[in-house]
Write a protein that binds this ligand. Structure first.
Ligand code: NIG
Ligand code: FE
Length: 407
């Protein structure tokens, strides 16, 4: 812990996200602010001119910069071996994501690499991705398993995720996604694979992850299969979330509402009715606009439908080797605004408190006395700028629990 207090002064705008309890009310900002950190937590924040005179500590003048909470990326698949850059050529020839997967490539080619990789190689590769995420302003990141597809191998991945979380400085939230694809050993027998996971895998998850995920999509796992598997997870006391409606409206959004999932992710083809049901049930929609655009299928999630239904929305990177090769959530902010028709306030909410809500990590993604000082200092004077100016890295400094961790 950093014991010498840090006094951050002359913050042009401090986005606190400490407004009301709904998605539309969460955004809040203090102009000309100061912030005091002690023991890793914020102990005071407010207008710079009101900074108590008796505060002592290392003073840092940020010269009018924008400061925000560290970003919360609620959806990544960052633990895997190798890359899939060869798919660029296949897509140029007109092959779709599902065609590449059906031919044994796609997720299954990353599964082959990941099964063969040593623990050390997986740790090294994943560390590089997490470091890049941190440099891009992500301080809390969900990491899913899902590139082994055997019970033992998936448990190995969850243990490696736990190890990376213990190393820090990032905060990692693990998710158990063994039901990510049907492995070659169970080809054409998706239901048998899920029964195998129910028996051999789910009973061992609870020490390593709080939440179980599944790729609920026509051609992968059906709504009926997903329902049965997720109910089994719930019976084990685990929470659930789903990949839904990524490539077609398969009814996964409605299933997420029916089962009371923590979140339903992708939602590129989700109907207005399903968004309403999710909003009603308190399911966060984690929208992954980079994936929809990268797959180039011409559909974007109807973010406005979710917002108008009064629901919570997060934006995630979906960082993975196939459909969204990135580790940067901040790079997506201008695109989320443009493609999803979201205001700057809505985009900030979706990459901070929205992500934290999806992950049930409610002490993250917002700034208030008593909460961890996970902060980003931006090369920007006001909060509209990082939601508008694309392609150039705008992150100047990153703090996790009050410690400066990356430049
Ligand atoms: O969220 N849809 C399933 N999983 C990832 C893709 C994983 C991969 O292609 O390796 C996704 O898009
Ligand atoms: Fe995903």
């Amino acid at each position: 812990m950093n014991e010498t207090p840090l006094v951050m002064r002359h913050i042009g705008q401090l986005v606190t996200m400490n407004g009301g309890a709904t998605f539309s009310e969460a955004f809040a900002v203090i102009n000309n602010a100061a912030l005091v950190v002690e023991g890793g937590n914020i102990v005071w924040m407010g207008p710079d001119e009101e900074l108590p005179a008796n505060v002592e500590g290392v003073e840092l003048d940020v010269l009018g910069a924008l400061v925000t909470p560290g970003l919360v990326d609620a959806h990544t698949h960052l633990i895997y071996a190798g890359d899939r850059s060869y798919e660029v050529r296949l897509r140029a020839q007109g092959k779709s994501y599902m065609e590449i997967l059906a031919a044994g490539g796609g997720i299954l080619s990353t599964v082959r690499n990941t099964r063969q990789a040593s623990d050390e190689r997986l740790l090294q590769e994943t560390r590089r991705r997490l470091s890049r995420a941190l440099l891009a302003g992500t301080t809390t990141v969900e990491v899913k398993s899902g590139y082994d597809l055997t019970a033992d191998g998936e448990i190995r991945l969850l243990k490696l995720i736990r190890q990376l979380g213990q190393e820090g400085p990032w905060r990692i939230v693990p998710t158990a996604l063994a039901a990510h694809a049907v492995p070659p050993e169970f080809s054409g027998r998706s239901q048998d694979f899920l029964h195998y996971l129910e028996a051999e895998y789910l009973p061992h998850v609870s020490d390593l992850a709080r939440v179980v995920d599944i790729f609920c999509e026509p051609g992968v796992f059906s709504v009926a299969e997903s329902r049965a598997y997720l109910r089994a997870a719930q019976r084990q006391g685990l929470s659930i979330k789903l990949h839904v409606d990524e490539l077609a409206d398969g009814g996964g959004g409605s299933l997420a509402a029916e089962l009371g999932a923590d979140s339903a992710d992708h939602c590129a083809f989700t109907s207005q009715e399903a968004f309403q049901a999710m909003a009603h049930r308190g399911v966060t929609a984690v929208i992954l606009p980079g994936t929809a655009r990268y797959l180039n299928h011409g559909h974007m999630a109807d973010a406005r439908a979710m917002i108008e239904a009064g629901g919570w929305l997060a934006i995630g990177s979906d960082g993975n080797p196939g459909s969204s090769p990135t580790d940067s959530l901040s790079a997506l902010m201008p695109w989320a605004a443009s493609w999803l028709r979201m205001t700057p306030e809505e985009v900030w909410t979706a990459v901070t408190r929205g992500g934290a809500r999806a992950l049930k990590e409610e002490s993250r993604g917002r700034l208030a006395p008593g909460l961890p000082a996970d902060l980003v200092v931006w090369d920007a004077d006001h909060y509209n700028f990082p939601v508008y100016y694309y392609g150039s890295p705008l992150v100047k400094e990153v703090y996790v629990s009050g410690r400066r961790v990356a430049v």
